[in-house]
Structure formats: structure tokens, C-alpha cells
Design a protein around this ligand. Structure first.
Ligand SMILES: [Zn+2]
Length: 151
């Protein structure tokens, strides 16, 4: 059974990005490092934003007279975002723990050559089936934000 790959803007962006990451990081070790850095940067950014929002909320509680630049974000909006970000940080922390396990794996140079060889075969192909399977997850998750907003 052959399914026609979705060609919406989100999916096309995904295909392009997916292939770029294989092309530019074609070894097991590079993928380990890339994914580790990616999770860490996501976590760093989420934590910093959480800390900043928490600080604002605390300031507002102790000070009725909030300044103008602050007013465009409501207390409810901040509280809701803090709850969401708390969950996200917990998930990212779990992923990080799993990534550490993946980091324990070492691959020999011979196998790394195989990785490069396969990467070379995969990345130029705009319709490779593995990517389509991955993207189905990305695209068809019912509560994916884009779906919520645009469908
Ligand atoms: Zn799509």
C-alpha cells in the first residue's frame, strides 16, 4: 500500500528539515550530540522563560501598580503558561534521562561508515518511507497546535 505523502507547508518544512539533519549530521555520534544539544537548548529556554514569568507574577502580587509594558500579558495567561511549561520541562527531563542512556552507546568506525553511507542514500530522496512514517506522527497528532488553529 502506497500512501501519497502530505504536501502541506508544515509537512514540506518537516521533510526539508529532516533531510538536512541527516545530511549535515550523518554519523551516530553526530546524531547523539545534535539531539542532546537540541533537548538541552529547549530545556534551557523553557526554564528561563518560566523563571521570568514566575518573577513577573510574584512582582504583580506584591505590587498593584504594574507598569505599562507589562500589561499586555494577563495574570491568567502567565499562570496557564507556567502550568504548561512545567509539564513540558518534566517531559524534557524524562527525554534527557533517556538520551543519557543513548549516549552510553559507542559505535565502531566501521559502523559509522555504514551510517554515512545510508545517510547519503536517505537524504537526497524526497520521498523516503522512514521519514514519511515519522512525519505522520508529527502531522496527524490531533492536538498539534497548527491543527487546532487551522482545521
Ligand atoms: Zn501535512
Amino acid at each position: 500500500m502506497t500512501e501519497q505523502p502530505c504536501q502541506c507547508a508544515d509537512c514540506q518544512r518537516f521533510y526539508k528539515e529532516h533531510d538536512r539533519l541527516i545530511r549535515e549530521f550523518p554519523t551516530f555520534k553526530q546524531q547523539q550530540e545534535l539531539n542532546w544539544a537540541s533537548i538541552q537548548s529547549f530545556r534551557t529556554l523553557c526554564s528561563k522563560v518560566s523563571t521570568e514569568l514566575q518573577r513577573r507574577l510574584t512582582e504583580r502580587e506584591s505590587n498593584e501598580d504594574i507598569n505599562a509594558e507589562d500589561k499586555h500579558i494577563s495574570d491568567i495567561e502567565i499562570s496557564e503558561a507556567l502550568d504548561e511549561l512545567e509539564s513540558v520541562n518534566a517531559y524534557l527531563y524524562s527525554i534527557e534521562a533517556l538520551m543519557e542512556r543513548i549516549f552510553d552507546t559507542k559505535i565502531s568506525n566501521n559502523i559509522e561508515s555504514k551510517f554515512k553511507e545510508i545517510a547519503n542514500e536517505l537524504a537526497p530522496d524526497p520521498l523516503n518511507i522512514d521519514r514519511l512514517i515519522l512525519n505522520r506522527l508529527f502531522h496527524q497528532t490531533p492536538d498539534f497546535p497548527d491543527k487546532k488553529n487551522f482545521s
